[in-house]
Design a protein around this ligand. Structure first.
Ligand code: MN
Length: 232
């Protein structure tokens, strides 16, 4: 097959213990999947269930093993926020996946950051417009290596945290998610056919906040690993 312009590279993420990388097809994200974070954003988690939005596949910024990732401070914001999240890598596709079958579709797990232009997101909320300007910018999805599910710890009960310049800012546990991993996969698969290569950012615990150029972000998910990002 020939192309009239050079086709884009496939975004991909390294996998612990494998030579091959995980190719990224789509990036789905869940909003307000932790009750305390929904409240800190001014919402009542008992009245509004979580929901989905997307980032482009090439917004994924994969970390090399044990190296700090440089993330350029994005343009058009003065309120860049971190959101530490468990990321689920889908290994087997499907539509209308039952909750009891959903974990069979998981390839592995990573820890990621749903970086957010909070000021632009708020503009879009105020105007009832889509969130792309706030959520889908280049480099908005830094991610650690992926750990195959068979090698990961008990991710469903895993502490998840974020430190900025050595100070703890977020501290939660995956068991606080409103939609579990299996429920998230099942629900999402009713709206979109999932395929191998899809990533699912599963939402953030409370404690989100701004960062500036020079800050060092350290995301940790027990049983999966850490992700270090420096804003440059
Ligand atoms: Mn998020």
């Amino acid at each position: 097959m020939s192309f009239v312009v050079t086709p884009p590279n496939v975004a991909s993420v390294p996998v612990v213990g494998e030579e091959g990388r995980f190719p990224v097809r789509r990036v789905y994200c869940i909003g307000r999947n932790y009750a305390a974070h929904a409240r800190e954003m001014g919402h009542d988690p008992d009245r509004e269930p979580p929901f989905f939005f997307c980032k482009p596949a090439d917004a994924v910024l994969p970390a090399a093993a044990n190296q700090t990732l440089d993330l350029p401070y994005p343009p058009k914001t003065s309120d860049l926020h971190y959101e530490v999240e468990l990321v689920v890598a889908i290994g087997k596709g499907g539509a209308n996946i039952r909750v009891e079958d959903a974990m069979d579709h998981v390839y592995g797990y990573a820890v990621g950051l749903d970086m957010t232009r909070r000021d632009r997101q708020q503009d879009m909320k105020d105007l009832a417009r889509p969130w792309e300007l706030g959520k889908a910018f280049d480099g908005s999805a830094p991610i650690s290596h992926i750990v195959p599910a068979s090698r990961a710890g008990d991710v469903e009960q895993a502490p998840i945290s974020l430190h900025v310049n050595g100070q703890q800012k977020q501290n939660g546990n995956v068991n606080q998610m409103i939609w579990s991993i299996a429920e998230s996969i099942s629900y999402l698969s009713e709206y979109f056919r999932l395929e191998a290569g899809d990533l699912l950012f599963t939402g953030t615990p409370e404690g989100v906040g701004p960062v500036v150029t020079g800050d060092l972000l350290e995301a940790r998910l027990d049983g999966v690993g850490t992700l270090s990002v420096k804003l440059v």
